[in-house]
Design a protein around this ligand. Structure first.
Ligand SMILES: NC(=O)c1ccc[n+]([C@@H]2O[C@H](COP(=O)([O-])OP(=O)(O)OC[C@H]3O[C@@H](n4cnc5c(N)ncnc54)[C@H](O)[C@@H]3O)[C@@H](O)[C@H]2O)c1
Length: 324
């Protein structure tokens, strides 16, 4: 029998893909989203409750009327740069909103939460690949706000029997292999869509920040995980918690590094046209290399990435951006 899952932020990029995976696995997603950044048309696998997570009463009503068993929490502001200039905006939504959501869930007796955390909780990496035991020293309010929620979840586990999965994503990328949904942020700050939009002439030439890193081609290396692999891990984490499993804090990445230049080359190859690009100075706080150690997720969830090779990521993203 499927679970009724409140998907906060489910009209956004990652949440929408997780809703599709939930429905495929026999569960029942109920999206709660303010549509501040989400897309109504991305909500296809269950009802939409248009509300803010900070609206405790609305969240409580949604949980009660849909007989919710578990919460998946994607709702947040996500722009690292903006978090540096407007920190309170980030703490208010990402932490304050989460507290209201968790309060409503606890009051309604919901004790299972899957939370979207981020590699930004680690800050400057001291070792690569990065294991979950790496010190957590965020260097921006975005990462700090996510770490604060992780800490709240840990206290709720200890004191009140909540069981959670905090999933620390590296770079989510790619699109639904059926091209029903894809990545659409406004503003877009992620490399794969920016490179595709530049190649299609729908965005300015791509800025490549730094070509003088100590990496094989001089550009920064990141860990890209296909959003379908992320979605699979979320379903596995939910089912682990529903079966009575202990709380988890796990990295989710593809487990290997790809340079900016390799992504740009892959977009040009898949799209069959050049990607207009120019080099810009490194951005402060952008380390040369960020790669996830994903051994813990593999072991705890019996999961491994299946779509996270760069060609599949770029091919599915390109197909979605150029769909009819
Ligand atoms: N995309 C990535 O590479 C990445 C990496 C690490 C972590 N994350 C985390 O994953 C989650 C999803 O990211 P995404 O890329 O899908 O972002 P997104 O902006 O596409 O989706 C976030 C959704 O949350 C909604 N939302 C925001 N604040 C809300 C509120 N107060 N009440 C109700 N709805 C609200 C937005 O309308 C949007 O639909 C975020 O929590 C983000 O921090 C994403």
């Amino acid at each position: 029998m499927g679970l009724n899952v409140l998907v906060a932020g489910g009209a956004g990029y990652v949440g929408a893909h997780v809703c599709k995976a939930l429905a495929r696995a026999g569960h029942h997603p109920v999206v709660l989203d303010s549509l501040a950044h989400g897309h109504r048309e991305a909500v296809r696998w269950g009802p939409l409750v248009e509300a803010d997570i900070a609206d405790r009463a609305a969240v409580g009503r949604a949980i009660g009327s849909h007989r919710i068993d578990a919460v998946m929490h994607f709702a947040a502001w996500i722009f690292v740069g903006e978090s540096m200039t407007s920190p309170l905006k980030y703490f208010a939504n990402n932490l304050g909103g989460s507290l209201a959501l968790l309060d409503a869930a606890m009051a309604a007796g919901v004790r299972r939460v899957v939370f979207s955390s981020t590699a930004a909780v680690y800050g400057e990496p001291r070792q690569v690949p990065i294991p979950e035991s790496h010190p957590t020293e965020p260097i921006n309010p975005y990462g700090e706000s996510k770490l604060m929620v992780e800490r709240v979840l840990r206290w709720l586990d200890r004191q009140q029997g909540l069981r959670f999965a905090a999933l620390r994503y590296f770079n989510a990328s790619g699109a639904d292999p059926d091209a029903e949904i894809g990545e659409r942020h406004d503003p877009e700050t992620h490399l794969v869509p920016l490179a595709i939009l530049a190649a299609l002439g729908k965005a300015p030439a791509l800025n490549i920040f730094g070509d003088d890193y100590d990496t094989p081609d001089g550009t920064a290396i990141r860990d890209y995980i296909h959003v379908a692999d992320l979605a699979g891990a979320h379903v596995a984490a939910l089912e682990h918690l529903a079966a009575g499993g202990a709380s988890l804090t796990l990295n989710l990445g593809g487990g290997s590094g790809t340079s900016v230049r390799e992504i740009v080359d892959a977009v040009a190859r898949v799209g069959g046209r050049p990607v207009p690009a120019s080099f810009a100075p490194r951005r402060p706080g952008d380390p040369p290399r960020l790669v996830a150690d994903i051994a813990a997720a593999r072991a705890a969830l019996a999961w491994s990435p299946r779509h996270s090779d760069i060609d599949t990521i770029v091919r599915t993203a390109w197909a979605w951006h150029t769909r009819g």
